[in-house]
Design a protein around this ligand. Structure first.
Ligand code: IPM
Ligand code: MG
Length: 364
């Protein structure tokens, strides 16, 4: 039986985080009212706001809150006022700390082009029409976590920086298994992206993914070097179904792919581990537009949909949220980042309200 009592840790974070989170919570509230769910929301501080208050971007209290929750919903972290801080206390460390400590190693970034936003893409519509790519990014390994790391001054008085690209075969295997499982639920085409022509670790990546593939004969596996993948994403993105790749390559390729859709403000993400899960928009804290009520809340609203689907087995409701977003775009509502001529330009709050109104209709 479906559980109807879920603990959700909410970290709005910095910059536009508070504004977009407010709209996402409206949507969650609506679902909870209509479906008689008991979502227990607990808000915490993570990122620059936590640093300002406690001197650390991820206070123990916040980490505890995250670890005791069924799911974490996060807005965005970071901003120019924290950029000169030591790496160990920068807002971004909150994210890395949560990812590492929660063991959420599989980052799902669905890249979907909404028909209504075809013209918002910088690419021609015949290239981006119908794109539906799932990027699965490994999230707890690679240069992000590898040791040794840091900048040291040598005997000659000159500084040298080191970061370590490391993957164990178990880390590769578990992300590969996730990727094959997800590919099975889609068009059964999995592309593994690496740099096996140059990096030994990536050669290991390729061979482990190939081994795992033997257990999934129904999924067509292909490999591609990351530089070529970057090119193909622009040249012919509709060739892709599911892409699995390492942490750093996934970070870069997902930003690139996001732009195919017209705005990074549209894209949600799910980070899954064995038990925990974290949901957040792909975009950052956009300090330049913070507090102006112009940020696009759709990525965070769509992250709520992913949370319902992956953490709470509420696919029907997740589908409805996605449908409500599509309807809202069809009605012509646009935030500034996706605005087009003859559309209804609205702010963050009005966009959230418009989605909520559509969802309300769909829930009837
Ligand atoms: C992302 C972001 C993060 C990353 C930063 C903010 C640490 O770019 O989630 O893609 O590099 O993973
Ligand atoms: Mg990124």
């Amino acid at each position: 039986m479906k559980k109807d009592n879920f603990k959700i840790a909410v970290f709005a974070g910095d910059g536009i985080g508070t504004e977009i989170m407010r709209e996402a919570l409206k949507i969650l509230q609506l679902i909870s009212d209509r479906k008689k769910m008991n979502f227990q929301l607990q808000e915490g501080l993570a990122g620059g706001c936590a640093y300002d208050r406690f001197g650390t971007p991820l206070p123990d209290e916040s980490l505890k809150l995250a670890m005791q929750s069924d799911a974490v919903l996060l807005g965005a972290v970071g901003g120019p006022q924290w950029e000169s801080l030591d790496y160990s206390v920068r807002p971004e460390r909150a994210l890395l700390g949560l990812r590492g400590k929660l063991g959420i190693y599989a980052n799902l970034r669905p890249i979907i082009v909404f028909e209504e936003l075809l013209d918002a893409s910088p690419l021609k519509s015949n290239i981006v029409r119908g794109i539906d790519i799932m990027i699965i990014r490994e999230l707890t390994g690679d240069v992000y976590f590898g040791r040794p790391r840091g900048v040291k001054t040598g005997k000659n008085g000159k500084r040298k920086g080191v970061n370590t690209l490391a993957y164990s075969e178990d880390e590769i295997r578990r992300i590969a298994v996730r990727a094959f499982e997800i590919a099975r639920t889609r068009k059964k085409n999995l592309l593994s992206v690496d740099k096996a022509n140059i990096l030994e670790t990536m050669e290991l990546w390729r061979s482990v993914v190939t081994e795992v593939g033997k257990d999934y004969p129904d999924v067509a596996l292909q490999h591609m070097y990351v530089d070529n993948c970057a090119l193909q994403l622009i040249r012919n993105p509709s060739q892709f179904d599911v892409i699995v790749t390492s942490n750093l390559f996934g970070d870069i390729l997902s930003d690139e792919a996001a732009m195919l859709t017209g705005s990074i403000g549209m894209l949600p993400s799910a980070s899954l581990g064995r038990k925990s899960a974290l949901y957040e928009p792909i975009h950052g804290s956009a300090p330049d537009i913070a507090g102006k009520n112009i940020a696009n809340p759709l990525a965070t609203i769509l992250s709520v949909a992913l949370m319902l689907r992956y953490s709470f087995a509420m696919s029907a409701e997740a589908d409805l949220i996605e449908k409500a977003v599509t309807e809202t775009l069809k009605e012509g509502y646009r935030t500034k980042d996706i605005d087009q001529p003859d559309k209804k330009l609205v702010g963050t709050t009005a966009m959230g309200d418009a989605v909520a109104a559509n969802l309300h209709k769909l829930l009837n």
